[in-house]
Design a protein around this ligand. Structure first.
Ligand SMILES: Cc1cc2nc3c(=O)[nH]c(=O)nc-3n(C[C@H](O)[C@H](O)[C@H](O)COP(=O)(O)OP(=O)(O)OC[C@H]3O[C@@H](n4cnc5c(N)ncnc54)[C@H](O)[C@@H]3O)c2cc1C
Length: 308
């Protein structure tokens, strides 16, 4: 993984140097969703209700009642709201959320590359946003360009070939010529904090519970962390306790708060640091990148932390 500052600084993370098999896995969201769907569909103890549209969610005694638009209803002692940043479940449960838009959109697209990417991810902190090249199998990459809104609008409006040229130039021609594989799409970026991660009988997970800037590529990992902790707590609940028992929910909240806060602070802080205009902030952040690059121990610590 190579990271470039906006003033010539460079920071490299190497799996080999860290004695790790790899720094990260990059999985296309669609492939992951298909795999998860297949697993769900083959579980004997899972009833899938799809397609379905939710109509209302209300607490009835010690259970939640989810009414569907087709007139049917489901009741449960535990509801998990994993329905994304604009979570409907969160709204129905009356859990407040503070959303702070970055005034940027993440522009994403896939390209075929002229040169091999050698399984290396690159990220450039630029004056006009943050550009990441993420290696995919073969000579293909996925990009995320977190760009100020006006530039994001301009990028998605470009013809595919013109966008490819622009992305290749922004990446200093590192992978040679780029050829578009998918059209570009843009997603508005924001940081979001929720009042509560859980209330009696209801837990939020994934982006419904937290949204962070994608510069660290950790959004999905945070959600997987939620799922892992919640599953362990529900499985290990004391006998006679319902899965959504208040004690279990409080433990979930306590167990996840720190990880979520740390990721929000790191991504928000870096985003702010690299958005500051002027020569002094630029000198400081580039010095910081170069300095970190020279400190093997610190780099290994960062890698260990990122590998969990
Ligand atoms: C530009 C960009 C780049 C990113 N890059 C990375 C990256 O490289 N690595 C990484 O880890 N993360 C990345 N992220 C973050 C990642 O996309 C999110 O963290 C992740 O998608 C969150 O997953 P989720 O399942 O919680 O929510 P979502 O992906 O938002 O999924 C929510 C699901 O709930 C469904 N839903 C919503 N409302 C309802 C309803 N009322 N009824 C039924 N279904 C409903 C939606 O249809 C959707 O399928 C990126 C984000 C952006 C914007």
């Amino acid at each position: 993984m190579e990271i470039f500052g906006d003033g010539g600084a460079r920071l490299e993370f190497s799996a080999y140097d860290a004695g790790a098999g790899e720094l990260a896995h990059i999985v296309e969201a669609g492939a992951m969703q298909r795999a998860l769907w297949q697993v769900l569909a083959t579980q004997a103890n899972v009833v899938l209700r799809s397609p379905a549209a939710c109509a209302s969610l209300a607490r009835e005694g010690k259970r939640w009642r989810l009414a569907l638009a087709d007139g049917s209803a489901v009741t449960a002692s535990l509801v998990v709201g994993a329905d994304g940043r604009d979570s409907w479940v969160r709204g129905e449960a009356g859990i407040g959320a503070k959303l702070e838009p970055y005034g940027q959109s993440g522009v994403v697209a896939n390209f075929a590359t002229e040169r091999a990417h050698e399984a290396t991810a690159c990220q450039w902190f630029r004056e006009d946003g943050i550009l990441a090249y993420l290696p995919l199998p073969g000579n293909r990459i996925s990009i995320v360009w977190s760009a100020p809104q006006a530039l994001a609008d301009e990028l998605v409006a470009l013809a595919p070939a013109a966008l490819a040229e622009r992305v290749a130039a922004a990446g200093h021609g590192r992978l040679g010529r780029l050829e578009p594989i998918t059209p570009a799409a843009a997603f508005p970026l924001a940081v979001m904090e929720v009042e509560r991660l859980a209330v009696d009988g209801l837990a939020l997970a994934g982006d419904a519970a937290h949204a962070v800037h994608p510069l660290a590529g950790q959004g999905v990992n945070l959600g997987f962390g939620d799922a892992r902790v919640l599953a362990a707590l529900v499985r290990g609940r004391e006998i006679f306790r319902a899965p959504g028992d208040a004690t279990v929910m409080r433990r979930y909240e306590r167990a996840r708060r720190e990880d979520i806060l740390a990721m929000r602070l790191v991504t928000h802080g870096l985003q702010r640091l690299f958005s500051l205009p002027g020569r002094v902030p630029a000198a400081v952040r580039n010095l910081g990148l170069n300095f970190t690059d020279g400190l093997g121990v610190v780099k290994n610590l960062l890698i260990r932390q990122a590998l969990g």
